[in-house]
Design a protein around this ligand. Structure first.
Ligand code: ADP
Length: 217
């Protein structure tokens, strides 16, 4: 089972991917997380990646495709939830080629549909645990950690992503509209895109996703 989560920045791809993979026992591949891991090394690659990401632009297709290929080829899995990939038409077409090579198919593209104003609010309150990756939102009652700014699982301080500020968000959103939004039509034409109202609560969004996923079985 191969699934893509397609959405503007901060629509909840990461949160919903985590829920999907634990419920359906699939592998989660987040290009954003893979890139943020590369940033931790503090080498030349990290410096150039940081510059691109903080400018709200897309990292080169070459780097992204290498990351994805490693993840798809090297592991033992029953299915994958792609979070943050593909993000433009070149990546989408390359992914098709890769799946063909691996004798696999793409089953579903979930488009998390939300208004820009909702996204902007979510970005400001978003916090992440750098150890387990759990995502919180300090501005939304049901998504706050139990103890202020501490991870419920790991009890360590939550971090605020460098690119989660209104200036970078505006640029990320523009990049999304220009590069990624055309993928909605691309996958709609293939008949595998399902639109999910992502302005609802985390649980309500997940219930809508489950309905679509259960139709695949
Ligand atoms: P968002 O919440 O904005 O969707 P992500 O964690 O998915 O954030 O990505 C953060 C940044 O990493 C993006 O703004 C972009 O610079 C880079 N990035 C992530 N995935 C890709 C990709 N598939 N292609 C190019 N750049 C990517």
């Amino acid at each position: 089972m191969n699934i893509i989560l397609l959405a503007p920045p901060a629509a909840g791809k990461g949160t919903q991917s985590s829920k999907i993979v634990s419920f359906y026992h699939l592998k989660h591949i987040s290009t954003g997380d893979l890139l943020r891991n590369c940033l931790k090394k503090n080498d030349d690659l990290a410096t150039s990646l940081r510059e691109v990401m903080n400018a709200g632009k897309l990292v080169s297709d070459e780097i992204i495709l290498k990351l994805i290929e490693n993840e798809l080829v090297d592991s033992d899995y029953e299915g994958v939830v792609l979070d943050g990939f593909p993000r433009n038409l070149t990546q989408a077409k390359k992914y098709e080629e890769l799946l063909n090579k691996l004798n696999q198919t793409l089953d579903l593209v979930l488009y998390l549909d939300t208004e820009k104003e909702v996204l902007e609010k979510r970005i400001v309150g978003r916090r992440t645990c750098s150890s387990c990756g759990k995502i919180y939102n300090v501005m939304i009652e049901e998504e706050k950690p139990k103890v202020e700014e501490l991870c419920d699982n790991c009890n360590i301080s939550l971090t605020h992503r460098e690119d989660d500020n209104s200036e970078t968000f505006t640029k990320r959103f523009e990049t999304y509209m220009k590069e990624t939004e055309p993928l909605i039509q691309f996958y709609e034409n293939k008949g595998i895109l399902k639109r999910i109202d992502a302005s609802l609560s985390t649980e309500e969004v997940f219930n809508l996703i489950r309905k679509e996923m259960d139709l695949l079985k």
